[in-house]
Structure formats: structure tokens, C-alpha cells
Design a protein around this ligand. Sequence first.
Ligand code: URA
Length: 237
Amino acid sequence: MERLQKIIANSGYCSRRKAEELIKSGKVTVNGEVISEVGTKASFSDAITVEGNTLKQSSKEYILLYKPRGVVSTAKDDKGRKTVLDLIKTNNRLYPVGRLDYDTSGLLLLTNDGNLTNLLIHPKHEISKQYIAKISSAVNPREIKKLMTGVFVDGIKTKADRIKIKKIDKKKETSIIEIIIHEGRYHQVKKMFKAIGYEVTSLKREKMAFLDLSGLKAGEYRHLNIKEVKKLYNLAK
Ligand code: URA
């Protein structure tokens, strides 16, 4: 369920402010009933008219999910495990933009817009992804720096765009490291740390480009708005 003015604006009919005016002046109906209270919630599957026009939902849907751990990010799993699609209510056939491992949590986009997906997952477009990794040892900062100059992962030289050591706990023998990369190969972050002798025990993707997880708890999601979608297209061009 979303606020009606947001649904109208997201469809591209008009701005959110204009949609509020139209609602207040009784120009909007939901399932045949005039709704004049701004903020009334409706769902994408309701029949909505604005000034007598049936609102066509964009056939493209863009979702930002806070993927919890313990969920696969493929559409189907041969072991019958829960998938990210089980967390989302939609009539569209969505698929994830890239992957997060079963035991990785964090930001995952899902869409049925194949053009945007291809643009976003192509390494040449340098869409940045920020992760927070927990390591099962007290790291040596000199070793960590090697990730900035480059390490070999499956025979390919790979480097981080930025690394920040957030915490080294010598007693507990753990560390927390923030890492930004723009490639997205299979198990990339875990393998980068492995290449310098460290094991990642937990991994979370906190950001992708300008998008983050604010306002969401693990398992929750929201729709991207038109501005965000346009911005992603512009970044990837
Ligand atoms: N790197 C990994 O190792 N795993 C992920 O899920 C994402 C990036």
C-alpha cells in the first residue's frame, strides 16, 4: 500500500503536489469511489482514475529490498529455499539486479526493466557498491591496504575504490571494514579478503550508487520513484 498521491506521481501522470491538489478537489477515484483525503492509501492493483482518466501503472516496476540473510537472490532455488521474490507482493515477473549471497544481507534492486539491469550490472559503468564486512581476525592495516592497490581474484586483478577500517578488536579477534567496489563478480568481496588471508564472517551491502537502506528493516522494501530511476539511467549511461 502506498499513499495515493505517490501512486499517481509514480505513474508519471503529474507531480506529487499536483496529485494532492487533484485529490483535494475530488478528481480522483479509487475502485469507483471519490477519494478527497490526501494521504489515503491504495495499492498498485486498485482501479484508479484521475480527472476521468484511468491511471495506467507503468508496466516497469523498480523495487529496493533490504534482503535479509538466509534468502537466495535467484528467482528459483533448486534446494527449495526461500527466495527474495517470496518477500515481494507483485503481479510482475521481477528479477534481481545482480546477486547477493545467501548469507549476505542488504540492498538489492529488483525490476522487470532489462535495459536498466544490463546497464547497472556492467562493470564499465562503475556503479559503486558499499559493503560492511566483519572479519574473523584483528586485521593488519598494511595488509588491508593491498585491497586498494589490487589483489588477484580468480586470476583477475581487482581493487577496491575505497576502504575504511571501522574497528579492530584485538581481544575478540574481529574487525569491521567498509569497502566500496564497482565490480560485482561472484563472491567478490569475500574472495578479495581471502586473497589477503582474511575470512569474512558477515557481509552487508549498505549502498548502491546514491541509494541506501534508510527507513527499511531487513525483509522490507520500497518502490523507487521516477526521479531515482532516471538518476540510475543517467549514472549508467
Ligand atoms: N561479495 C560477496 O562476496 N558476496 C556478496 O553477496 C556480494 C559481494
